[in-house]
Ligand binder design. Structure first.
Ligand SMILES: NC(=O)c1ccc[n+]([C@@H]2O[C@H](COP(=O)([O-])OP(=O)(O)OC[C@H]3O[C@@H](n4cnc5c(N)ncnc54)[C@H](OP(=O)(O)O)[C@@H]3O)[C@@H](O)[C@H]2O)c1
Length: 273
């Protein structure tokens, strides 16, 4: 079986996919790949706005939802239950998230709390509400963490800590879930060219380069095919994660602060943030 055929077979093994933040960036690229490899599998995109441009998937349903709001998550879970096929393995991709840049509490305590609500609380809440189905039917949960989750990261302290939560929570959940035919995979991208920089308050690209959203999506599918519990996307990022995870935390934070300051990212911030 060729690589593409095995990815298609793996994706066709799901009765449906629930993807948060499928309107842009990595989530959108995952949905586009699903359209390419398994167009018959229905996909539900949970995000505030619909993907711009022509439809990216023939069986895509957009469920408008602000995942920072607990009541919105409860409502969307009820809707999902009425719309999802009643049987079959499920794919849940918890991808919605955003970051910020600046010395705490910039860009504001409220924005930090919103980040925790979206990057942490929403994942636990949505997964918890869908847990009875996931546990009974089996499947895969993909949680999008970050390379930043491997070390304390000054000037991105709250963001990196939310992603450390996602990473550790996913690995622990996997251990509990495996006996039920359910897997949990933490995906940790480094820089990816998406709307992420804009949402983080930058006026332009940070110039840190990185992967395309499509390359990142391909690595997510590749990791789903294997038995991995965590996958750092990109070879360079994998090497960095190995080093970061082994450094004493205080040392990693001090060196990180010096390196990030040297990038002078604050000159790229939008003035309205
Ligand atoms: N790009 C990177 O460099 C990078 C690196 C490491 C990890 N990541 C992680 O990858 C994930 C996807 O980010 P991305 O790079 O693809 O950025 P993106 O293009 O900005 O996508 C973020 C997605 O999250 C959704 N979202 C934002 N606020 C939301 C809310 N309140 N409720 C529901 N959905 C919301 C957005 O949709 P709406 O605006 O329509 O709601 C959008 O579809 C995030 O978890 C991010 O932390 C990104």
């Amino acid at each position: 079986m060729s690589g593409n055929e095995s990815v298609a077979a793996m994706l066709r093994g799901f009765c449906c996919a629930v993807v948060t933040g499928g309107s842009s960036g990595i989530g959108r690229a995952v949905i586009s790949r699903m359209a390419q490899y398994a167009p018959d599998v229905p996909v539900f995109n949970l995000s505030r706005t619909m993907a711009a441009g022509p439809p990216i998937h023939p069986r895509l349903t957009h469920l408008a939802c602000d995942l920072t709001q607990a009541t919105a998550i409860e409502e969307v879970a009820v809707r999902l239950r009425t719309l999802m096929p009643r049987e079959g393995r499920m794919l849940l991709v918890n991808n919605s998230g955003f970051g910020s840049y600046g010395a705490f509490p910039d860009p504001g305590v409220g924005r930090n709390l919103e980040m925790i609500d979206l990057n942490v609380r929403a994942i636990v809440h949505l997964t918890g509400l869908l847990w009875p189905e996931l546990q009974a039917r089996g499947g895969v949960i993909v949680n999008v963490a970050s390379l930043a989750g491997y070390q304390p990261t000054p000037l991105m302290s709250t963001y990196a800590a939310t992603k450390a939560f996602v990473l550790n929570w996913s690995v622990a959940l996997d251990a509990e879930a495996r006996p039920h035919g359910l897997r949990c995979l933490a995906v940790c991208p480094g820089p990816v060219s998406t709307n992420f920089s804009r949402a983080a308050g930058f006026a332009t690209s940070t110039g840190l380069g990185g992967q395309t959203a499509e390359a990142c999506a391909d690595e997510i599918l590749d990791a789903m095919e294997g038995e991995a519990i965590e996958r750092v996307t990109g070879l360079r990022n994998r090497l960095l994660s190995v080093i970061s995870a082994r450094l004493p935390k205080a040392w990693a934070a001090a060196v990180g602060l010096r390196m990030i300051r040297r990038l002078r990212l604050d000159r790229l911030l939008r003035r309205d943030t």
